[in-house]
Ligand binder design. Structure first.
Ligand SMILES: [Zn+2]
Length: 151
């Protein structure tokens, strides 16, 4: 499966919404009445990003901060902000219903900018690889010419 930066953008745009983030938590070790429930994690911007080897890994839809090793008494908002102090979502510390249209649009804009930057980085890497491959061929050709001249 090829995952492009645009695919990631489309995935993360859906996760702007708490309901979508909550749906990613199929299994979570702590009950709903605990401070570190799936509901509280989704409220704090996290979606489930775990695996069999890492069953309590979550990630922020906006800043991509990945966290695991949760305790049932952890406060997801506090953990989010303490590990990613520049996250625009975590800094707001607001329930989704309190967010304005402008704030939601701004998250989408940030995700799009991140996706475009990632595409540009991948394109630059491809161009660099192509350039280096051509340069290698030219150097090889020049060496071959020099050796013929020397004879
Ligand atoms: Zn974040």
């Amino acid at each position: 499966m090829i995952v492009t930066p645009y695919d990631k953008f489309l995935f993360h745009v859906q996760l702007i919404f708490e309901e979508k983030r909550l749906k990613t938590f199929k299994e979570w070790p702590f009950d709903d009445d605990k401070p570190c429930s799936a509901q509280k994690l989704a409220e704090a911007g996290f979606y489930f990003a775990g695996s069999a080897a890492d069953p309590d890994a979550v990630q922020c839809f906006l800043c991509d901060k990945a966290l695991d090793g949760w305790d049932e008494e952890d406060d997801p908002w506090e953990e989010h902000l303490s590990h990613s102090e520049n996250c625009e979502f975590a800094k707001l510390k607001q329930h989704e219903a309190a967010l304005t249209y402008e704030q939601l649009t701004n998250f989408k804009k940030q995700l799009l900018i991140k996706s475009i930057k990632k595409c540009a980085e991948e394109l630059k890497r491809d161009v660099d690889d192509l350039y280096n491959a051509r340069l290698h061929k030219i150097k090889k050709f020049v060496r071959a010419l020099k050796s013929r001249i020397a004879i």
